[in-house]
Design a binder for this molecule. Structure first.
Ligand code: ATP
Ligand code: MG
Length: 224
């Protein structure tokens, strides 16, 4: 049976010749909670960006919902797989939280009433209080900025959401809050959640596949 995401013999080479991914094979089904682990520079972020079409394969292929990322528009890809940047500050560029969350729905040219509905829904899911809607993301805590970044992705209602290093740079309490929130996204809102992380405690506590299964069954190439 085909899986929601299928990665076959994926290779990715940056313009300067860096081979970031070599023969990666991976399959992700509906409603999984997965941790993608690997050393610094092993290609986690590159892989995540290939999964939502921000980067196109140099070789092999990525199929999402049966669509080949190379021949599918970025709009069609981001509606299916959302990617929250490793550093939310690289993602947030609008003058206030509301516009930030509205950016994606506006970009796919939804009518304004639908945009409003999407923003309200996504802000509700991440627990962004209304009093912060007009606030500049810059003035929020890092934890709250991350929630805005996640809301901006959720507003496109992707089936899969990839969050790159969600707990890096957060203290222990914030890390627990973020992880609880991601678990809720998975359990209550039925998103497939993929976290990219170095934190093995998190992997042990939350992954739905054991890391060794993940390494043995789904990845080849430079991940191990
Ligand atoms: N824009 C780029 N141009 C050239 N090489 C790059 C670029 N971005 C990443 N790389 C290289 O590709 C390889 C994989 O990088 P990537 O950022 O995907 O790894 P990562 O596992 O996410 O690392 P980290 O744990 O530090 O976030 C590394 O060797 C990195 O230096
Ligand atoms: Mg990375």
């Amino acid at each position: 049976m085909s899986q929601y995401i299928e990665v076959e013999q994926l290779g990715f080479r940056y313009q300067d010749g860096t081979e970031a991914l070599v023969e990666v094979n991976l399959a992700i089904g509906d409603n999984e909670f997965i941790a993608l682990i690997g050393q610094n520079g092993s290609g986690k972020t590159t892989l995540a960006k290939c999964l939502n079409g921000l980067l196109k394969p140099s070789s092999g292929r990525v199929l999402v919902d049966g669509l080949d990322s190379r021949s599918t528009s970025i709009v069609q890809m981001v509606k299916r797989v959302g990617y929250v940047f490793q550093n939310p500050d690289h993602q947030l560029f609008n003058g206030n939280c509301w516009d930030e969350i509205a950016y994606g729905p506006r970009n796919i040219q939804l009518p304004e009433p639908d945009v409003k509905e999407r923003v309200a829904e996504a802000a509700g899911v991440v627990g962004l209080p209304e009093r912060l809607f007009q606030e500049h993301p810059f003035f929020l805590s890092k934890g709250m900025r991350q929630r805005v970044a996640i809301a901006a992705i959720l507003a496109l209602r992707p089936k899969v959401i990839i969050v790159d290093e969600p707990t890096t740079g957060q203290d222990a309490r914030q890390s627990i809050e973020i992880m609880d929130f991601l678990v809720e996204l998975h359990e209550k809102h039925e998103h497939t959640v993929i976290i990219v992380t170095h934190d093995m405690d998190i992997v042990a506590r939350h992954g739905t596949r054991r890391p060794w299964d993940f390494a043995a069954r789904t990845l080849s190439g430079r991940f191990a």
